[in-house]
Design a protein around this ligand. Structure first.
Ligand code: MN3
Length: 197
């Protein structure tokens, strides 16, 4: 059972003008695909071949000799999760259970946006900003490179990719503008609510 590249859950043009078809073409078709191809190559003939992606990530995280496998496998998972965090016509304040939890944890939507944006902007170099459940509490975190909440005992609810390849074609170095546009226009709150379940 090879690890596979999932289809994008929308057309490549669907997130424009906030994320262009050109960005999705490279980000999904080249970067995400490369992580999938690499992990399949790296696990071939090892004890991890045939395991689920989650099992591969958790096993590789514990073994420094498997850093290459961890990086590629975690990046496959993070990207597959990230695509589902976005949708055309998304963004803005949430509804449902996640709205109540955000109000309780951060003191309102505006404070939440400020903290999420800040996590993305202050992640030095490549990485991810996350909304997670940690021991039942809602938290905003950031991870470097391929690191993922999966190996920190946290349940991911939402993520934003802050690697340059996520925004450079559309925003060049303006990471704060990319984060603001995505939070305001693309966040898939239905997905975040489903992840609470
Ligand atoms: Mn990426």
């Amino acid at each position: 059972m090879a690890i596979t590249l999932p289809e994008l859950p929308y057309a490549k043009e669907a997130l424009a003008p906030y994320i262009s078809a050109n960005t999705l073409d490279f980000h999904h078709g080249k970067h995400h695909k490369a992580y999938v191809d690499n992990v399949n190559k790296l696990i071939a003939g090892t004890d991890l071949e045939g395991k689920s992606l989650e099992q591969i990530i958790i096993a590789a995280a514990k073994d420094p000799a498997k850093a290459g496998i961890f990086n590629n496998a975690a990046q496959v998972w993070n990207h597959s999760f990230y695509w589902k965090c976005l949708k055309p016509g998304g963004g803005g304040p949430p509804k449902g259970a996640i709205a109540d939890k955000i109000n309780a944890a951060f003191g309102g939507y505006d404070k939440f946006v400020e903290e999420l944006k800040n996590a993305g902007v202050t992640q030095f170099g490549s990485g991810w900003a996350w909304l997670v459940l940690d021991g039942g509490a809602l938290k905003i975190t950031k991870t470097a490179n391929a690191d993922t909440p999966l190996v920190h005992g946290q349940k991911a609810l939402l993520t934003l990719d802050v690697w340059e390849h996520a925004y450079y074609l559309d925003y060049q170095n303006r990471r704060p503008d990319y984060l603001a546009a995505v939070i305001q226009n693309l966040i898939n709150w239905d997905f975040a609510n489903a992840n609470l379940g």
